[in-house]
Design a protein around this ligand. Structure first.
Ligand SMILES: O=C(O)CCC(=O)C(=O)O
Ligand SMILES: [Fe+2]
Length: 331
């Protein structure tokens, strides 16, 4: 399963269609990967190629619009998570406050994000409504962009559910173990555009500052042929993540590290600037789906990840407030 690039690859379709013994073998391999880095590439995902292509087209067209038009899609209120975010409006490294994180200059990227696509269930509290059900400014984008984003979000939500089954298997749990935590997930989808760098960035300012993701699982599609994504290894060295054809790069976020009592790593990663030799020719794009359990899901160490010698490392956290506090720390 470890192929070119020395980057771990897992075929999801093969996992789902193999025997129960085969599934356990897949689970055990995924457990080893998640203990080491929590980053792997998923093939056999079944997401239609034409949906992915339309998603790239629509998203690129949006970022190509004049700034004044994109600004019409800004979040309705400061602190809202959805809509258009200008270059230098977020510093992901600030989400790691309190750790040794170097300079905290804002990221050299722009983005558009949307929130849950399903109707509200009527059980939501005030914070939840104000934050993760804040409106996505769809009226400020084209109908084709809107329709494509909904279809892609839906495909990512289903893919993330399938990966959580693989994760349950990797942790020795029943495959449907995580389902009750995802009755009304508050996942978000983000298109990222890292513009060409015509002028040299300030010292210490990069495309996306070093951070770990906040939720359970991120499904990332880096633009083919692009570079810059790096993960921090246990040896303190940064390692490049390749953009593998027809594969999603997936990584686990803080809530999986919490759930597994640090058995799995929520690996720190960043996006670095292109080399100055490519000045003016290295725009980069990516699509990121951040899977996040229901607002009220309490995440605490799984019983099978706790022992007398290894008591819970973290206090339990509520999914929604954890996400909201992390997001707001970066603005
Ligand atoms: O654009 C990328 O490749 C990674 C972006 C990322 O890590 C994030 O937005 O959390
Ligand atoms: Fe990230």
């Amino acid at each position: 399963m470890t192929a070119q690039h020395d980057f771990p690859l897992v075929n999801l379709h093969e996992f789902e269609t193999t025997s129960s013994t085969g599934r356990l073998e897949y689970g055990s391999r995924v457990d080893t990967i998640c203990r080491r880095s929590g980053f792997l590439a998923i093939t056999g995902h079944g997401v239609p190629a034409d949906l992915i292509e339309t998603m790239w087209d629509e998203t690129r067209k949006f970022f190509d619009l004049p700034l004044e038009q994109k600004l019409k899609a800004c979040p309705r209120q400061p602190g809202d998570p959805y809509g258009y975010f200008t270059v230098k409006s977020e510093a992901l490294a600030r989400s790691r406050a309190g750790m040794d994180r170097g300079p905290l200059l804002p990221d050299l990227k722009e983005s558009f994000s949307c929130g849950p696509i399903h109707p509200l269930t009527g059980r939501e509290g005030a914070d939840e409504l104000a934050f993760c059900y804040a409106p996505t400014p769809w009226s400020a984008v084209s109908p084709a962009f809107h329709a494509t984003w909904i279809a892609y979000y839906d495909a990512m939500e289903k893919l993330a559910e399938r990966i959580m089954r693989l994760f349950a298997c990797a942790l020795g749990l029943p495959e449907a173990y995580f389902n009750p935590y995802f009755r009304a997930p508050i996942s978000s989808l983000r298109g990222l555009n890292y513009p060409e760098q015509d002028t040299a960035p300030q010292p210490g300012q990069i495309r996306a500052g070093a951070h770990s993701d906040y939720g359970t699982l991120t499904l990332l599609l880096p633009q083919q042929g692009s570079g810059g994504l790096e993960i921090l290894g246990p040896d303190g060295q940064w390692q490049a993540v390749p953009a593998i054809p027809d594969a999603f790069v997936i990584n686990i976020g803080d809530l999986m590290a919490l759930w597994t009592n640090n058995r799995w790593v929520s690996t720190v990663h960043r996006v670095v600037n292109p080399p100055s030799s490519r000045k003016g020719q290295d725009r980069r794009q990516s699509l990121a789906f951040f899977q996040q359990p229901d607002w009220d899901s309490m995440i605490e160490a799984l019983p099978n990840c706790v022992s007398t010698g290894h008591p819970p490392v973290f206090s339990p956290v509520r999914s929604g407030t954890y996400l909201m506090n992390k997001f707001r720390s970066t603005q």
